[in-house]
Design a protein around this ligand. Structure first.
Ligand SMILES: [Zn+2]
Length: 120
């Protein structure tokens, strides 16, 4: 089971709050073998009320990025069709709905299936 520090998820939620009402997008660093998220990776992104996106050019080409996190300021934390396409690139994906906190953050597998992760 994937695990992450609860404070790390809450930090991502705080950042999402700062971007509100725009969507916020960041990435997770960690270890995919150990299924652990260890850090938030902020990369320059384009944010609007409808979406947040990133130029592939700024993504590191090594395998330090194992997941992504984004906010849904005006909706629930279910992935859109586009989200599911995006999730295919990562092992662990998170969506936070407003009000942003760990409880309102849902996690999804690479296949877009909702999964439970352990917050420690
Ligand atoms: Zn989305």
């Amino acid at each position: 089971m994937w695990q992450a520090k609860k404070s790390l998820i809450e930090d991502a939620c705080k950042a999402a709050e700062n971007y509100y009402p725009d969507e916020f997008l960041c990435f997770f660093g960690g270890n995919k073998e150990k299924e652990i998220i260890t850090e938030i990776v902020m990369l320059p992104s384009y944010n609007s009320e409808e979406s947040a996106s990133i130029s592939e050019a700024v993504l590191p080409i090594d395998d330090t990025i194992i997941g992504c996190f984004h906010s849904h300021p005006n909706g629930n934390n279910k992935p859109s069709q586009e989200d599911k396409k995006f999730f295919k690139k990562y092992f662990i994906n998170a969506i936070a709905s407003s009000p942003f906190n760990a409880e309102n953050t849902a996690f999804y597998s690479q296949k877009g299936e909702k999964i439970t992760i352990k917050l420690v």
